[in-house]
Ligand binder design. Structure first.
Ligand SMILES: [Zn+2]
Length: 192
């Protein structure tokens, strides 16, 4: 009985983590982050940041493809192997599918969206126009808002999601934090 419980939780854990591998791993290497200051410093706005947001958005949706692996192994396990382990995989995998698809029916938006990249682009455009906050605007994305690091003006209220940098809270804690937050900002901006 206890064995089956443990196998169920083990299956659920694998089914939870495996589909998130793209977001957890793909952009964390040193070589992928040479254009960015180390986490958790404020992130300068620019084409590299927008590209990163669009990559993370792709990795986020890629989990719907990767989830086929735990679902298939789960099915095989229920049929020919350990049923508890298979159900664990199925439960976590199925939950991920529901979780990803709910944004289409009005649930919370994904942590990275095209709209987010567009908002940042608008801030950059304004900073290089006559309407800029000061003579040498340097927009950077802090934890809760985009502000100008030259004159400290607030340019956009938008909490910062995980940006795929190698996290400085340690490999294990960083991984746990990401698994819990799923990439969403841990603090919300005041506007929300
Ligand atoms: Zn400024």
């Amino acid at each position: 009985m206890l064995d089956n419980f443990l196998l169920f939780f083990f299956g659920a854990l694998i089914g939870h983590v495996v589909p998130r591998f793209p977001v957890l791993l793909m952009s964390r290497g040193r070589g992928f982050n040479v254009h960015f200051p180390p986490h958790p410093e404020a992130m300068p706005l620019g084409p590299h940041l927008n590209q990163r947001i669009l990559h993370l958005r792709t990795f986020y949706w890629l989990s719907l493809v990767v989830v086929v692996v735990p679902l298939t192994v789960g099915l095989a396990s229920v049929r020919w192997g350990n049923a508890a382990f298979g159900f664990g995989l199925w439960l976590a995998g199925g939950w991920l599918v529901i979780n990803r698809l709910q944004s289409f029916i009005g649930g919370p938006k994904p942590p990275w969206t095209m709209g987010m990249a567009e908002q940042l682009q608008t801030v950059m455009n304004r900073s290089s126009s006559d309407a800029a906050c000061c003579a040498w605007p340097v927009p950077v994305w802090g934890i809760t808002e985009v502000r100008c690091s030259n004159c400290d003006a607030r340019l956009l209220r938008l909490a910062r999601p995980d940006l795929g940098r190698r996290r400085t809270d340690g490999r294990i804690m960083g991984l746990l934090r990401l698994l819990i937050s799923d990439g969403y900002p841990l603090v919300s901006s005041e506007e929300e």
